[in-house]
Design a protein around this ligand. Structure first.
Ligand code: ADP
Length: 549
């Protein structure tokens, strides 16, 4: 083996014997797959918990990402190994379904596989291990439900929201934005409750836009009850603030079809498509026609009742000047996603052809305001007071792009947590408390199982300890001592709320520390980790293209 560096300075290991290595099958294959998966999960172990470390990842074109979000780390790592990729997929599915707990699920899967490896060494068949794990997972999830607590946030008063805010704070506490977690958590909860459908118990996160601009401080972040467009009015003399606005959204270009003046001579292949301009008069006539066209367009917009035009495309200075002159403020070059969100929020219909513009297609907003930030020239448009729809925007500020992106990722996690609670309002306690309670339950159940599966179940129980162990280790505590102390207390006191005191607050009671996690998230972690583990245990041969023998 030797260490080499690629053109970006990233180290990689060359294993010279690779070509000579024969393909492994059977137990050897299972073991080598486990090794790969363990290697991936080991990377994430130090990132777990409130004192977890961040990773700095360099992309192929030199851009840098700093994060401790499991899914993002794995996505950026470009894992090559086929089985390693399964773990990447694992964290992605946790991210997709739940949005939080992506580090935990990967660490747990790695630990389950590590335990499985020692069972394989003792001669237990992979399928029996898989079955034992499945049984243990059922017991663990049943235990999770047993120890979970419900809370109500339904009436929407300040005190009622507290548990919801606390849960979001737990998620944010392990991130870079941890120092400012309370206001951010409050913003997330407010955003989610604004768009939530409490009757159907569902939240459409698409209605919450996460936006940000480099500059300013994290403390300047705010929740906007509406939409933010990263654009300014097309002309500096247009009004900066509009009230009771009627908005027309155009996806057709705000200009006449352009004749190409450089094509002076009609060719035989395109005799009709050319405009022949050879005198000043003809040019003036063309300009006049163009201007009339613009004027017609502007008048048509005004006639429909619009007081603001939002265009997907640009328009030239002539049109801009006319718009200003006619007193019709306009915004140009607005992106497709923003157009859709704006249409949703204001109730406007997107108009693809000029002829279709009429009063029924207009959207409305109470206020459209141009805001500038600090000393920078950056200006954005706030569209607030939109009827009918409840779209909101979380607008984040931060010193640089990396912080901004990580803040957005963290807020996304917190939003997902709040959404999960609206869907299912049961919580379990964090800091490894839930895992330890499950571990004890599985261990107790293993006593009652006769077959070989009992070994697998005990292994499952041991594997669950990886969460409290890693949390303690990452917080600078003695891992084994902390684990045994808390676990013994859980057993003797029968209290499933005891966890690792990561922040050294002097109590192990996670209720007192307000470290919640959603039941749905925790259950999903256990189920997904078990599933992927079973899958890896059942693979006894890896076949690559052109390799059949
Ligand atoms: P994930 O991507 O899995 O959410 P995190 O780095 O956010 O990973 O860590 C989550 C883990 O940290 C959970 O097990 C949670 O219970 C634990 N945790 C978070 N905050 C605290 C705290 N203040 N004290 C103890 N444990 C905590």
């Amino acid at each position: 083996m030797s260490l080499a560096f690629d053109e970006y300075g990233r180290p990689f290991i060359i294993i010279r014997e690779q070509e000579k290595q024969s393909r492994v099958k059977g137990i050897e294959a299972v073991k080598s797959n486990i090794q790969a998966a363990k290697a991936v999960s080991r990377v994430l172990r130090t990132s777990l918990g409130p004192k977890g470390m961040d990773k700095l990842l360099q992309g192929p074109d030199g851009d840098i990402v700093i994060t401790n979000d499991g899914a993002t780390i794995l996505e950026q790592m470009e894992v090559e190994h086929q089985v390693g990729k399964l773990l990447v997929e694992l964290s992605k599915s946790q991210d997709h379904e739940i949005g939080d707990g992506t580090t935990g699920v990967t660490v747990l899967a790695g630990s389950l596989l590590e335990q499985a490896e020692s069972l394989l060494d003792r001669g237990i068949h992979p399928l029996r291990i898989a079955e034992g794990y499945e049984m243990a997972c059922k017991i663990a999830t049943a235990e999770l439900e047993r120890i979970s607590t419900r809370f109500d946030f339904g009436t929407g008063t300040k005190e009622d929201l507290e548990p919801l805010i606390k849960t979001c704070m737990t998620t944010l506490s392990s991130k870079i934005v941890g120092r400012y977690k309370r206001p951010l958590a409050e913003m997330c909860v407010e955003a989610v409750l604004t768009v939530a459908d409490l009757e159907r118990k569902d939240v459409n996160l698409d209605l919450i836009k996460l936006d940000g601009k480099v500059g300013g401080r994290l403390e300047d972040s705010r929740l906007v009850q509406g939409v933010i467009l990263d654009k300014d009015m097309s002309h500096p003399q247009m009004p900066k603030e509009l009230h009771d606005v009627k908005i027309a959204i155009l996806t057709c270009p705000f200009e006449p079809p352009k004749p190409k003046t450089k094509h002076k001579v009609a060719t035989s292949s395109h005799p009709k498509s050319q405009v022949d301009i050879d005198t000043v008069e003809k040019f003036e006539a063309l300009r006049g026609a163009e201007k009339a066209y613009f004027t017609d367009m502007v008048r048509a917009c005004k006639a429909s009742g619009a007081t603001l035009v939002v265009c997907q495309w640009g328009f030239d200075d002539e049109a801009n000047h006319l718009l200003m002159h006619e007193g019709l403020p306009a915004v140009r070059w607005v992106g497709g996603v923003e157009i859709e969100l704006l249409a949703l929020a204001t109730g406007a219909r997107i108009v693809p052809r000029f002829q279709e513009l009429d009063a029924s297609k207009l959207g409305s907003a109470a206020l459209v305001k141009e805001v500038s930030f600090g000393t920078t020239r950056d200006r954005m448009l706030l569209v607030e007071g939109c009827p009918g729809s409840r779209a909101v925007t979380l607008f984040v500020r931060g010193g640089n792009k990396m912080v901004l992106e990580e803040t957005k990722r963290s807020l996304h996690d917190a939003l997902c947590v709040a959404r999960n609670l609206v869907r299912d309002n049961r919580v379990v306690y964090g800091g490894g408390a839930a895992e330890m309670a499950c571990s004890l339950a599985v261990e107790a159940a293993a006593e009652r199982v006769g077959g070989v599966e009992q070994y697998a179940m005990r292994a499952f129980a041991d594997a669950l300890d990886v969460i409290p162990l890693s949390l303690a280790e990452n917080s600078g505590l003695a891992p084994i001592a902390s684990l045994t102390e808390v676990k013994t207390r859980q057993l003797t006191e029968g209290d499933p709320h005891l966890g690792i005191d990561c922040n050294d607050l002097g109590t192990n009671d996670m209720r007192a520390q307000n470290v919640f996690e959603t039941l749905a998230g925790k259950r999903q972690q256990l189920q997904l980790a078990t599933q992927v583990c079973k899958m890896i245990l059942k693979i006894d041969d890896v076949i690559k293209p052109n390799e059949y023998a």
